[in-house]
Design a protein around this ligand. Structure first.
Ligand SMILES: [Zn+2]
Ligand SMILES: [Zn+2]
Length: 376
């Protein structure tokens, strides 16, 4: 279609500044969509990949970014409907998923494509080869033929959909693994980042007796209370985990009947196990690397705790996430999670702000160009 080029922020070296490069505008082949990236949001995984700390194979040079809302500019043959049967047209907005192989035991027998060990994760693969637009810190994106994709409802802002395409879809899957939450439950959410805040909002819809968020800093706990936390426990990096455990046991009366680990901090799971009530259900999501941490197995046994790991989500979870963003947009001000907006040339600043925990979720708008002030 267009013979032009599009810009992308390229990472050639871990931790170094990104270089904005131009690549030929992609063309949609069968099953593909080509989109203009409206908004991309920064995920902790992008920051880990940039730092070289991601526990997944990474193949630089990379265009990072995997949370995005794209506006369709080209529809390949056969891509006229999304993964849940909704019609797609040029100009519609979509979010999309990583690509499972479709042929392994996990994909087929287990029917858990999210656990596929050969899952194609575009933003961790080299952008040196066509179609180049692998990650979403770029002007264009390519939705691969095998990638699940869903249309973004009109009432859902692009920044919300972008955050929802990673953090909320992960929470949607975790909530279904946790099983039903009811009014007698005492729910504990460890972590007050994007995942923790979405989990808080989603758990609050079930009106549990207690909904305790353990995290920080204080401004995030304030948002957690706005989104339904009945109590919050500040994690002071210099604090003693034993005090936090005691506080959770005191507030809940019997510990967490349902808990979600979304902190990823060293020792978070050791601490979470100690916060559990008898017959509790504990979904662990935040810890994807780092040093091994001890957990008290006798606590698991004697309290009858069910513990399950979860990461990412299936395309159906993306669809549910978009519906939740639309349905509860008056109850939760989703924009409160979003930080400042940066251009591609400011990506390193956005990542650094996230690392310093100054922003919950920085927003990248690829259409922003450098101005004179950026160079002074
Ligand atoms: Zn992510
Ligand atoms: Zn597979």
């Amino acid at each position: 279609m267009s013979a032009g080029t599009g810009r992308a922020a390229v990472m050639s070296e871990y931790g170094a500044d990104f270089e904005v490069q131009e690549f030929p505008t992609p063309t949609a082949t069968a099953g593909q969509l080509v989109v203009e990236i409206e908004t991309a949001t920064v995920c902790g995984s992008d920051v880990h990949a940039w730092q070289g700390h991601l526990a997944l194979p990474v193949d630089p040079p990379l265009i990072l970014g995997h949370e995005m809302t794209g506006r369709i500019v080209q529809i390949g043959d056969g891509a006229e409907v999304d993964s849940v049967g909704q019609q797609l047209a040029v100009g519609d907005r979509v979010v999309w998923a990583h690509v499972p192989c479709g042929h392994c035991h996990e994909c087929t027998v287990e029917r858990q494509p999210v656990l596929c060990s050969k899952r194609f994760i575009a933003y961790l693969t080299s952008c040196a080869v066509p179609p180049h637009f692998t990650g979403t810190f770029a002007e264009y994106g390519v939705v691969r033929a095998e990638a699940g994709r869903v249309r973004v409802p009109d009432a859902v802002e692009s920044g919300w959909a972008s955050a929802g395409s990673c953090a909320l879809r992960t929470v949607v899957r975790a909530m279904s693994l946790a099983g039903p939450i009811d009014t007698t439950d005492t729910v504990v959410v460890q972590g007050a980042g994007p995942l923790g805040l979405f989990a808080t909002a989603m758990a609050s819809l079930h009106d549990p007796r207690k909904l305790v968020v353990v995290g920080g800093p204080e401004d995030r706990l304030e948002l957690a209370r706005e989104w339904g936390a009945t109590d919050t426990v500040l994690v002071d990096p210099a604090g003693d985990p034993a005090d936090r455990i005691e506080e959770v046991l005191r507030v809940t009366g019997r510990g967490a009947s349902v808990a979600f680990e979304l902190a990823g901090a060293p020792g978070a799971v050791s601490e979470g196990v100690a916060m559990m009530a008898r017959n509790g259900r504990y979904v662990v999501m935040g810890t994807l690397g780092g040093d091994p941490q001890p957990i008290n197995v006798a606590t698991l046994v004697t309290r009858g705790i069910t513990m399950v790991g979860s990461m990412s989500g299936e395309i159906g979870d993306y669809h549910v996430a978009m519906q939740l963003l639309e349905r509860y947009r008056d109850r939760f001000d989703w924009s409160r999670m979003l930080g400042n907006t940066y251009g591609l040339h400011q990506l390193a600043d956005a990542m650094a702000a996230m690392r310093r925990m100054e922003e919950i979720k920085p927003v990248i708008d690829p259409r922003l160009h450098p101005t004179r002030e950026d160079h002074t």
